[in-house]
Design a protein around this ligand. Structure first.
Ligand code: COA
Ligand code: ZN
Length: 308
């Protein structure tokens, strides 16, 4: 039996949030449809944050309400505060992600709170989400390094993760927000997290390929026993409050790696490539991801797979 890996698609949220070209709600909905058709089952759809902070996602209410709800598909949404929670509830959400970081400097720029203040702000949100039976994730950004304060002690990231577990999240996602992490850090962070009391099954990783280390970091995470990874089809995105944070790990690159390593994940590469081309076209940008350009590879024939 091949081992299962969860691919958590962040393209519609993290991928689009930093893009200046306004994307119509219907185009976003079509993009999510293509991701569902590709077999993705966890798709972070949008954010219920201040529209002044992230204008691209100001249509969250309309988008979420418009999405079809096939069985087995989850659309977590970002929620920063009780106001966002009320909006997410009204729009029919049933899964959320709260987001803080390992460093105060980043959290203050991103959401105007220290890490401790953000945890206080999330507590009522997570209590409400739990009462409603929602799936709950928490991001710990800058877990591998901060654009404002530099190196981050893994113990600090884990400490924030533990606080979030105490607040009742189902999953802690450690983010390499600015793409500075390397495999040895992934091994160390995983070990510190597990030793500190965060079960491996509740750890996910969110890597950026800013410096070309994302797939190496995934391989290190897999070797360390982690089985949940974020990715953005087309490799779009990055946080606007993280200077130089270009390039989420591309879903197509992740799928290629997992397929070739024999992990089961339920996602079709050709379908992801279709979604990646769709979003690139909507943004008026060329598709520059590795597998987006080269296609996959069929070991039975030696031919590329899914190229345009
Ligand atoms: N949804 C919609 N509007 C919201 C909101 C929400 N969840 N939370 C706050 N607002 C509005 C307030 O009503 C207020 O509007 P006004 O200026 O018209 O009165 C304005 O946003 C500011 O609200 P305030 O409570 O003073 O918060 P703030 O200015 O300190 O901002 C956040 C705090 C968290 C709302 C804001 O920083 C934010 O949304 N950040 C998100 C950043 C993000 O998504 N980053 C990418 C993820 S990595
Ligand atoms: Zn990201």
């Amino acid at each position: 039996m091949p081992e299962h890996v969860r691919i958590y698609e962040v393209g519609p949220r993290d991928g689009l949030q930093n893009e200046a070209t306004p994307i119509p709600t219907a185009t976003k909905a079509r993009y999510v449809d293509l991701l569902v058709a590709a077999g993705l089952r966890e798709i972070e759809a949008t954010s219920f944050v201040s529209p002044k902070a992230i204008p691209q996602l100001a249509d969250a209410d309309a988008l979420l309400a418009a999405l079809p709800r096939p069985t087995g598909v989850r659309y977590p949404v970002l929620v920063p505060n009780e106001r966002g929670m009320a909006r997410a509830e009204a729009a029919g959400a049933d899964a959320l992600a709260v987001f803080t970081a390992a460093t105060d400097a980043f959290t203050e720029r991103n959401i105007g709170m220290t890490v401790a203040e953000s945890l206080d702000a999330f507590a009522p949100v997570l209590t409400r989400a739990r009462a409603l039976g929602w799936w709950r994730r928490a991001y710990v950004s800058t877990a591998f390094g901060c654009p404002y304060t530099g190196a981050v002690d893994p113990a600090r990231a884990v400490d924030v993760g533990l606080r979030l577990l105490e607040l009742g999240v189902d999953e802690v996602c450690f983010g390499d927000t600015i793409g500075v992490g390397v495999p040895s850090q992934v091994v160390e962070l995983t070990q510190v997290a597990v030793d500190g009391g965060i079960p491996r099954e509740q750890i996910a990783y969110h890597f950026h390929d800013t410096r070309g280390t994302a797939l190496a970091n995934v391989a290190a995470g897999l070797a360390a026993g982690v089985r949940a990874f974020d990715a953005s089809s087309g490799g779009t995105g990055g946080c606007p409050y993280a200077p130089g944070a270009a390039g989420n790990l591309a879903t197509e690159d992740l799928v290629y790696l997992l397929d070739a390593m024999g992990y089961e994940h339920g996602v079709r590469l050709e379908g992801v490539l279709e979604a990646a081309r769709f979003v690139a076209e909507a943004l008026g940008k060329p598709l520059t991801t590795k597998v987006g350009q080269a296609g996959g590879w069929d070991p039975r024939t030696g031919a590329p797979v899914g190229r345009a």
